[in-house]
Ligand binder design. Structure first.
Ligand code: SAH
Ligand code: SF4
Length: 351
């Protein structure tokens, strides 16, 4: 079709101008696999990133404090039926020690992430959040899965500022298949509760899930936009050998960058990390993401002896220590002409 290059250019320009793209147009852009259209998307997203959130790259130190999980997500190595995982829980003092380490590096935000682990009661997590706020004053982001609204309220009152809960996929059918016993409806209710309680909310998806079509990815982007989330985590699905999806092909760099770039164009001033999953999948994943719309990096400060056991996807053992990643990032940022962000790095400006 000779009109195709024109159509691609027209759609990318329209997205860049802030116009809505239809589901069909998004699915069309997501169905392409040529380098030229990806390059055009990356360039437009990089310019939108500069325009709406500037050159700062914000750091979030992450502590993965428990790998116990009551859920059985088909994609995840921490699913409860995976008996090969050596499970661990960090106690309050161990979490605090890791968080002090993050503060000592001059990083302003900590992300506490875990499987869905009911062993940490509402009171336990409130105490941990309260101590972090008292002792370090850091911005606290929680990512501990689905909990009752009353828990979310208590965490917020204890001082939690932000919450990450990816919607994973906007297809209710795919969601039900991949997360047995769970529904997209419940997930979206949690996201609404979090929003109502005054959190800055992060959502996002995985790219390359089995059964995912360009139309479903288009729905992901439309959902991210309609939820008006403040942060968007977009990473490749990386098949894990200890799961039912072990033999699936998984996501690739180009497909993930396509979604990330469109997310930047559609949501303008959100915070979008260059995800660890993308950096794990491909040696250039992090830097390519930073050039395709991303403006956040999340160095890992889980104690080294435990990090490889937080085995959500394979390759976690090779995830660099937070300090090593910071050193590499500083070199990357010189090449990119960008700087590490100062301050809390929350979403700024009008939505
Ligand atoms: N238990 C919480 C937080 C930890 S899981 C939750 O599920 O929300 C954090 C993220 O890891 C999930 O949102 C999912 O998008 C991602 N993830 C899980 N398995 C993955 C895989 N095999 N490849 C890539 N990302 C994966
Ligand atoms: Fe548990 Fe989260 Fe993994 Fe699902 S994705 S099994 S909820 S850790």
């Amino acid at each position: 079709m000779s009109e195709t290059p024109d159509r691609i250019g027209r759609l990318i320009d329209a997205a860049h101008r802030g116009e809505d793209l239809s589901r069909e147009d998004l699915a069309f852009l997501l169905s392409l696999s040529d380098e030229a259209s990806l390059g055009a998307l990356e360039t437009a997203a990089n310019s939108a990133r500069r325009e709406y959130v500037g050159d700062a790259v914000h750091l979030r130190g992450i502590v993965e404090f428990s790998n116990f999980c009551r859920q059985n997500c088909l994609y995840c190595g921490l699913r409860r039926d995976n008996r090969d995982v050596v499970r661990y829980r960090m106690d309050e003092d161990a979490v605090l020690a890791a968080v002090h380490g993050i503060r000592d590096k001059g990083i302003g935000t900590v992300v506490l992430q875990s499987g869905e682990d009911p062993a940490y009661t509402r009171g336990d997590l409130c105490r941990i959040v309260g101590r972090i706020k008292d002792e370090t004053g850091l911005i606290v982001t929680l990512s501990v899965g689905e909990r009752p609204r009353e828990d979310y309220r208590a965490f917020r009152e204890a001082g939690a500022d932000r919450y990450l809960l990816k919607h994973e996929t906007a297809s209710p059918d795919l969601y039900r298949r991949l997360r047995p016993g769970c529904t997209l409806e419940d997930r979206l209710r949690c996201l609404k509760d979090l929003r109502d309680l005054g959190y800055e909310v992060g959502t996002g998806n995985m790219v390359g899930l089995p059964g995912q079509t360009p139309e479903i990815l288009a729905e992901d982007l439309l959902l991210m936009r309609s939820l008006d989330a403040d942060m968007l985590g977009i990473g490749p699905f990386i098949p894990h050998p200890g799961t039912p999806l072990a033999d699936e092909p998984g996501g690739d760099l180009a497909g993930t960058l396509r979604v990330l770039a469109l997310a930047r164009l559609l949501t303008r001033n959100t915070n979008i990390p260059a995800t660890t999953a993308l950096g794990t999948l491909h040696p250039e994943g992090r830097i390519r993401a930073l050039r395709a719309g991303a403006n956040v990096v999340m160095p890992d400060f889980t104690p080294e002896s435990l990090r490889a056991r937080y085995d959500i996807y394979p390759g976690k053992a090779a995830v660099p220590d937070g300090d090593v990643l910071l050193a590499r990032l500083r070199e990357d940022l010189i090449l990119l002409g960008r700087q590490i962000g100062k301050g809390p790095g929350g979403r700024s400006g009008p939505r």
